[in-house]
Design a protein around this ligand. Structure first.
Ligand SMILES: *Cc1c(COP(=O)(O)O)cnc(C)c1O
Length: 403
């Protein structure tokens, strides 16, 4: 399963359209389009694109695949992990009340608070607030943070609280997820986890549900290998049904509506809302089908072989560029992926110049800027194809030698 989808770096069709692809050594980033799609994912999307399927049936089908992959009761697909966080927030605000669904994001006079560690605030939390929720923070930040205590969370929970938000990335000084989930569960409050970039390892598909999270948002277009405009929400069935109902086309007759996900889901919400707020997180059937095929493929992949290939690519690049122009290269691993950190003499200015040079060359090599302030460039090998390795090495050696 480690075969690389061989394509010329300069695609003739894109060239004819006047578009210039880049070689991605920045990782699964949305600004470059997420990830590339395997042939079976593309074929499934093409088949979906030329047929019509009722979206309720598609979401019910995806729900089963997501439940199987994550250990959650149910799931739904939206246009990204951010869209899933937005739907999760809307689901916690409205639960199965069509009256609340109908007024979001207006939450005046109704419970709308989501508790969050101060240390967990991050730029993606716009997605949570956009549904009408307000964050209530607890715990401290900074070098003197002694670590968060249970009573600090308990103190901010009240009848105005609808959920607790907990980003999955390792964060210093926060309460463990399992403890947060215990505290929340005792008050009937769901915990929303942002796991957008938490795979690999593949075990993180199940980890947050197993720790007690009620709704977990994953990106489809990062390591899972699905369409860039896809993400999936896994979690408790009643909350997933709320999220799903708030997202779908609701010009339906209540009498013939099958519920948000068919089957007995109509019992949970017999009178549907009308084009509620989640509609802006709409997803196409191509994305749903592509995401599910990618997810199954990801589960079946040989993760050890992938990791070994990445490690060997990292070592190959490190060996080829170390010392060029005085650069010092080292490899580290982040979420199983090898990243070559190349420190250049001359500090941040020189590092920024090397990155700019790589983007000027043909084909353009797009490296990450996350270490520029430390005077280094980062080469993430996750999306590097076999036929691109030599090009990247040559371009790097050229750019480093030029200083
Ligand atoms: C990428 C990312 C998101 C957004 O995911 P999309 O699938 O691009 O919408 C949210 N949170 C974190 C931590 C991310 O890394």
């Amino acid at each position: 399963m480690t075969t690389i989808d061989a394509r010329p770096t300069t695609d003739p069709l894109l060239a004819a359209l006047g578009l210039r692809p880049v070689i991605n050594v920045a990782g699964s980033v949305s600004r470059l389009g997420g990830t590339t799609l395997a042939p079976e994912v593309r074929e499934a999307m093409a088949a979906a694109a030329t047929s019509f399927i009722p979206m309720v049936e598609l979401q019910a089908w995806a729900s089963e695949a997501i439940a199987e992959a994550t250990g959650a009761e149910a799931g739904c697909v939206a246009s990204g992990a951010a869209a899933c966080l937005f739907l999760a927030s809307a689901a916690c605000l409205a639960r199965l009340d069509p009256g609340v669904m109908d007024r979001l994001p207006d939450t005046a006079g109704i419970p709308n608070e989501i508790a969050v560690h101060r240390a967990h605030r991050n730029p993606y939390d716009h997605a949570i607030r956009a549904a009408g929720a307000t964050f209530v923070e607890f715990g401290y930040l900074g070098p003197a943070n002694p670590g968060t205590r249970r009573w600090q969370l308990e103190a901010v929970l009240s009848e105005r609280t609808v959920a607790v938000f907990y980003p999955g990335a390792v964060t210093a000084g926060v309460l463990p997820l399992a403890e947060v989930a215990d505290i929340a569960r005792a008050r009937g409050l769901p915990v929303i986890v942002d796991a957008a970039e938490m795979v690999p390892p593949v075990s993180n598909l199940r980890h947050f549900i197993a720790e007690g999270a009620d709704l977990v948002a994953h990106s489809g277009g990062k390591a899972v290998g699905g369409p860039a405009a896809s993400g999936f929400l896994a979690g408790r069935r009643d909350l997933i049904l709320s999220a799903s109902a708030q997202q779908q086309d609701m010009y339906v007759r209540p009498a013939s509506w099958p519920g948000p996900q068919g089957g007995d889901s109509r019992d949970a919400l017999p009178d549907p809302p009308q084009q509620p707020i989640g509609r802006i997180a709409k997803v196409g059937r191509e994305e749903i089908v592509g995401l599910v095929v990618a997810l199954r493929r990801y589960l079946a992949a040989d993760h050890g072989a992938r990791r070994a290939r990445w490690a060997s690519l990292g070592e190959q690049i490190r060996g080829a560029v170390n010392g060029v122009g005085g650069a010092a290269a080292a490899v580290f691993e982040d979420h199983d992926v090898a990243i070559v950190e190349i420190a250049v003499p001359g500090g941040p200015t020189a590092a920024a110049r090397v990155i700019a040079r790589l983007r000027e060359r043909d084909p353009r090599v797009w490296a990450g800027e996350e270490f520029v302030d430390q005077g280094a460039i980062a080469i993430n090998v996750q999306h590097l194809r076999d036929d691109e390795v030599e090009i990247v090495i040559e371009q790097l050696r050229h750019a480093l030698a030029a200083g």
